[in-house]
Design a protein around this ligand. Structure first.
Ligand code: FES
Length: 174
């Protein structure tokens, strides 16, 4: 009798108030885990389906008109400038002043998982730092890494020392 009293004395008050079996509470059965994985896969499939439906229902609208980006004097050869166009749903773009002269403009979102790409003058390529994807700085074509498609490109034109961009009349990167 004295032993019983001693063993109940050792149990803290909070445990007596909340008698939860720790092991049982944290145990996840194989069936529960499989159910969780099934639900997760279903949710991912639904999410992907929604993205596909959305992209089919609202296709990417081509840019309309010409948009001023910067003055030629603002960007030395080998430099890059990040910009957005008003009304383009805040799509970020990059403008590159090629080392040999000439201008290129691309969407800044990597075609792999949408990380921001940047022009690297030291290797004369556009780099996606997330998974080391590389694109050609003149055409946007994938040179290396996981990106599945070229970078969408705009046409960059020099008009009296001012750089404008507009939708490509003929894609350079297909
Ligand atoms: S997000 Fe660009 S390579 Fe993966």
């Amino acid at each position: 009798m004295a032993e019983n009293k001693n063993s109940t004395d050792k149990i803290p008050n909070w445990k007596r108030d909340f008698p939860v079996d720790q092991e049982e509470a944290t145990h996840v059965s194989r069936r529960e885990f499989a159910k969780f994985l099934g639900l997760l896969s279903g949710a991912l499939a639904l999410g992907n389906g929604a993205i596909v439906v959305k992209s089919m229902a609202f296709p990417h609208k081509a840019l309309e008109g010409e948009h001023f980006v910067c003055n030629v004097a603002d960007l030395a050869p080998g430099e890059m400038h990040q910009f957005e166009i008003e009304g383009s749903k805040s799509i970020p773009y990059i403008l590159i002043h090629l080392p040999e002269g000439g201008w290129r403009a691309f969407e800044q979102k990597c075609t792999h998982l949408a990380c921001a790409v940047r022009y690297r003058a030291d290797i004369d390529r556009i780099e996606c730092p997330c998974h080391r994807g590389y694109f050609d700085a003149r055409t946007g074509v994938v040179i290396e890494g996981p990106p599945p498609r070229p970078l969408p490109q705009l046409e960059a034109v020099d008009k009296n020392g001012k750089i404008y961009v507009r939708a490509m009349s003929e894609p350079l990167n297909v």
